[in-house]
Ligand binder design. Structure first.
Ligand code: HEM
Length: 506
């Protein structure tokens, strides 16, 4: 017993000395923050919902604070002026992510865009993604795939689910997954069925959990060699599941090219065809390996499905909670699209009320309230405090979106705040008060596709149907943190047809 007491005391002393030394280096202190316990730091006090916990601590410790999680130092930044120091003024230093070991394993060694360190590889992957895959021309060329998948699901809801309770998140996931898979393959797929869709959703959900869950291997450097929680094993299994999907897509694509001749159907080039073309590129700066192609497909699949469908679910929940706003959106859809028509992407820029509803939902329920953590490549100063190299830096955008100093009645759902000047708050991250897609060099690379799919799916679900809660159901807005913040309890709603011509549902 005595030995244990002595050991704990010695560890505690070393731990406090380490903190003391770090904070006094160059006489610039570390940010304030809770002390926590020796060795484990604040870990035992942190619940699962990091975004809520970090916001609560911000109310005590102010715009920038630190906490120790094991031997890992985390800094949380709440104020927009300090965020500017990170994402703009010192963007090179803060261009890296802090990538835990299980995340590295599940993302082909962290070579995708999201987790690559800032540098030539990240630049090449991001440039390929933005210019070759998500350019206006490329997105216009595969609009027909998105359109067909939205139409197919609307028709399915009309034929099979009228008057029945539907899980909106699952429905939205099915539409966007089918759309993303079609755009990837460059052909209308037979349909990611409920079974495959559910399987894929499970894998992506497990992946998100792995990305979010603290792993003692990352938090205690002494344990770096051990897979104590089995998370590395799980990460390998997740990667295998993705790999199966991507291998299937690549084989299928190759067999189509063989059957139709090189180039396949040029009119409907899918993302995969574009990417596989780069495998054989003569210019080594643009050349991609097959693993890099798979890593890009993973970013498209994860970003394009779970995050988008999750946002659709929040938007629908907000509208069901606010019937007057829903009515206004319905009126706008009737005027802009017409009840004798279906929603097309060219209608979207005219749907200003719906745009404001989506923006207000992303303010209150940003999918990434802590963005994706950053990690300084060298020690630096933010807000007068030292941030040592290797610190995990969380930018608490969720807290800023609900800050009463920045927003009037911040907890109320008021889409009209986005109506007066739509350019004041766009998704480009210029106004640091509103950052659902992040800001700076590492801002979301998928905004053009996210915006189109989000608006098209929500507008179509609302234009084709009226939605209400099943009798006895109550709306619930509790959430859970899995890197992406999701509704804790799924939204279930019942559709009633709205369109004037039945053939529009075919
Ligand atoms: C509602 C939809 C979406 C939201 C709210 C969202 C939000 C975000 C956020 C907050 C980040 C981190 C930004 C930062 O650290 O400053 C991010 C990164 C990223 N997102 Fe999205 N995203 C969405 C959809 C998509 C889609 C559809 C794709 C792909 C098709 C995508 C691809 C990416 C990629 C590749 C990155 C990493 C960028 C980098 O590190 O350079 N996202 N996203």
């Amino acid at each position: 017993m005595e030995i244990i007491t002595i050991l704990v005391t010695v560890f505690a002393l070393i731990w406090f000395l380490c903190i003391f030394r770090k904070s006094n280096k160059d006489n610039v202190p570390l940010p304030p923050g809770p002390l926590g316990l020796p060795i484990v730091g604040y870990l035992p006090f942190l619940g699962n919902n990091l975004h809520h916990e970090f916001t609560k601590l911000g109310q005590i410790y102010g715009p920038i604070y630190k906490l120790w999680l094991g031997s890992k130092l985390c800094v949380v930044i709440n104020s927009s002026s300090l965020k500017k120091e990170v994402v703009r003024d010192q963007y090179k230093i803060f261009g890296n992510r802090d990538t835990p070991v299980a995340t590295l394993i599940s993302t082909y060694g962290g070579i995708d865009i999201v987790f690559s360190p800032y540098g030539p590889h990240w630049k090449k992957m991001r440039k390929t993604f933005v210019h070759e895959i998500l350019s206006n021309a490329s997105l216009d060329a595969c609009y027909s795939f998105r359109r067909e998948e939205v139409k197919k699901t609307i028709s399915q809801v009309y034929n099979e689910n009228i008057g029945m309770a539907i899980d909106i998140g699952e429905l939205a996931f099915l539409i966007v997954t089918n759309a993303v898979m079609s755009m990837m393959l460059g052909e209308t797929i037979q349909g990611v069925t409920h079974v495959v869709g559910a399987e894929l959703r499970k894998v992506i959900a497990e992946h998100m959990l792995i990305l979010a869950k603290p792993n003692v291997t990352d938090l205690f450097s002494l344990l770096a060699w051990f897979d104590v929680q089995g998370m590395e094993r799980q990460a390998k299994e997740i990667l295998q599941s993705y790999d199966k999907v991507f291998n299937y897509a690549i084989e299928r694509h190759t067999s189509i090219v063989v059957a139709k001749g090189v180039g396949g159907n040029e009119q409907r080039k899918g993302f995969l065809q574009v990417l596989l073309g780069l495998r054989d590129h003569v210019d080594s700066d643009s050349k991609l390996t097959i693993t890099q192609i798979k890593a890009l497909l993973m970013d498209i699949l994860v970003g394009g499905t779970d995050i988008v469908s999750n946002t659709v679910e929040w938007v629908m929940a907000k509208l069901i909670q606010h019937p007057k706003v829903m009515e206004k959106v319905h009126e706008e859809l009737t005027e802009v699209v017409g009840l004798n028509n279906i929603v097309e992407e060219f209608h979207l820029p005219k749907l200003r009320n719906l745009d404001a509803v989506v923006k207000e939902t992303l303010r209150l329920h940003p999918p990434f309230p802590l963005l994706v953590s950053r990690c300084p490549s060298t020690s630096c100063t933010v807000g007068g405090y030292t941030i040592p190299k290797g610190t995990t830096v969380h930018l608490n955008v969720g807290a800023m979106h609900r800050d009463p100093d920045l927003w009037g009645n911040p907890l109320e759902f008021r889409p009209e705040r986005f109506l007066n000047d739509p350019n004041l708050f766009d998704y480009r991250g210029n106004n640091l008060q509103y950052l659902p897609f992040g800001s700076g060099r590492r801002i979301c690379a998928g905004i053009p596709l996210a915006e189109k799919m989000l608006m098209h799916v929500v507008a179509s679900l609302l234009h084709c149907f009226k939605w209400e809660l099943p009798p006895g159901q109550v709306l619930d807005f509790s959430d859970k943190f899995c890197i992406v913040v999701k509704k804790k309890n799924p939204l279930v709603a019942m559709p009633t047809p709205r369109l004037s011509k039945l053939e529009l549902y075919e």
